[in-house]
Every structure is written in C-alpha cells, then in structure tokens.
Design a protein around this ligand. Structure first.
Ligand SMILES: [Zn+2]
Length: 246
C-alpha cells in the first residue's frame, strides 16, 4: 500500500468527504430518516432506497420494472436476483463513487453477503478513499423510549403539525397550539400497529446486524440522545471508518 506522498494525496482527497458505502439500520422512531438526510447534506453521497428504486423502475416501465411488477402484482416479494440487478445498476452510477447510504437493503444475511461480493468485485479499491466494503451504523434506542416516542404521536388534521403527548405536548390537552383543532392518532401510531412494527424490525434486522458484527463492521450509536448528538456520533464513526480504510 502506498505511503508517503501517496498517503498525503489520499489524505487530501479524504477531506473532500465521501463516506464509503453505509448501511443505516434503526427501528421506527429512532430518527433514521433525519440522520440519513444529514449524512446526504454533509457528505454529498446519495441515499439509495430499494423501495424508491423499485417504484421508479415500475413507473418508467424498464425491463427490470416490468419483471418486478409481476411479482408485486401477485403480492409476492421481489426475488433476490431481481433486487440485486436493480441495486447493482444503481451502485454503478457515478454519484456512488465516494459512497452511498443504503436504506431498506440488505434485509437478510444472504443479501448482505451478495453486497459484499459485488462491492469487492466491482467497487473495492484499497488505494482510493471510500472504495471499501460497507459498514453499518445502527441507531439504538431502548424499547421504552421508542414506545413513548411512537405511542405519544398526535397529528393535527388541519395543519399537519406533529405533537407528542409525552415528550412535546400541546399547551391544551389534545388540541393544536396553532389552530385549536382536535389532534388525531394516525393508524400507524396506534399501539397494536407499533408493537408489530417494532417486532418486525427486531426480526428483520437481527440477522443482518449479526452478519456485519461478525465481520467487525457494525457500529452502534446511542439514538436516545438529542438529534445533534446522534449526528455527531455518526460523523465520528464515518471519519474513524474512513481513517481505518475499511
Ligand atoms: Zn394545527
């Protein structure tokens, strides 16, 4: 591996940011969307959601989209190979050169294995910053805290403002501060729905997290802290990872 002058050049390129491939995991209510947006803004890497990719392929009636639509139309999961083709095509785009954030993928250890193999084959380049295997940032929040965050959510049907009856209550119980409307609990915020969403997250995520943990590429951050402090932990993790060169 190049040191000396080469090293100096790499350092200079590093300061131009970029993250390498990141997989972001976190339960509903952990603020994953907010944190992903920060990384996109700070580091200039794209966020890639497999759900969005699938929808856009279907909408644009690409060959892959037509295939995917057949499965989705029957209410079936899109087969892994089709998903791989869609993800591979996206990751070959030039805007992924310095890194990207994956959202909704990989969902299984098999998919994580495929992603490693794909990146190793087509992307990995030890001499270039960001050209490394993915590392995973998992935003952890304890169950009780998530429960308060999720079950306390109330929405104003008129202006759309979101409150939390436990954490950010309106001035008058159940009424919007801005327009006095009666706040509502959206279907997604009902207790039985939340219990299922949290359970589904646990079951889906565990094998993926274990896969990366075994490879030494899993970092957990404390998601119970305020948003800025969570972001700070994430940026430290990204910098450390970039320094260690995967
Ligand atoms: Zn309102």
């Amino acid at each position: 591996m190049g040191v000396g002058d080469d090293g100096a050049i790499l350092m200079a390129e590093d300061t131009a940011r970029g993250t390498g491939p990141i997989v972001l995991l976190g339960p509903p209510g952990a603020g994953k969307g907010t944190q992903a947006k920060r990384i996109v803004e700070e580091c200039g890497v794209p966020q890639i959601s497999t759900g969005d990719l699938l929808r856009s392929h279907v909408k644009n009636e690409t060959e892959l989209g037509r295939l995917a639509k057949e499965f989705m139309g029957r209410g079936e999961l899109v087969p892994d190979q089709l998903l791989y083709d869609i993800v591979a095509e996206r990751l070959r785009a030039p805007d992924c050169e310095r890194g990207f954030i994956l959202d909704g993928f990989p969902r299984t250890a098999a998919q994580a294995g495929w992603l490693d193999a794909f990146l190793e084959h087509e992307f990995f380049d030890r001499s270039r910053p960001g050209k490394c295997l993915p590392f995973v940032i998992r935003i952890d929040v304890d169950y009780n805290e998530l429960w308060l965050r999720l079950t306390g959510r109330r929405t104003c049907p008129l202006c759309g403002r979101i409150y939390n009856v436990h954490l950010q209550p309106p001035r008058v119980d159940e009424l919007c501060d801005l327009d006095g409307s009666q706040l509502v609990t959206r279907n997604d915020d009902r207790e039985e729905v939340i219990r299922e969403r949290l359970l589904a997250y646990e079951q889906q995520t565990r094998p993926v997290a274990e896969y990366y943990q075994q490879k030494g590429r899993l970092v957990s951050v404390d998601g119970s802290l305020p948003v800025d402090q969570v972001a700070e932990q994430i940026f430290h993790a990204i910098e450390r990872h970039a320094r260690d060169r995967c």
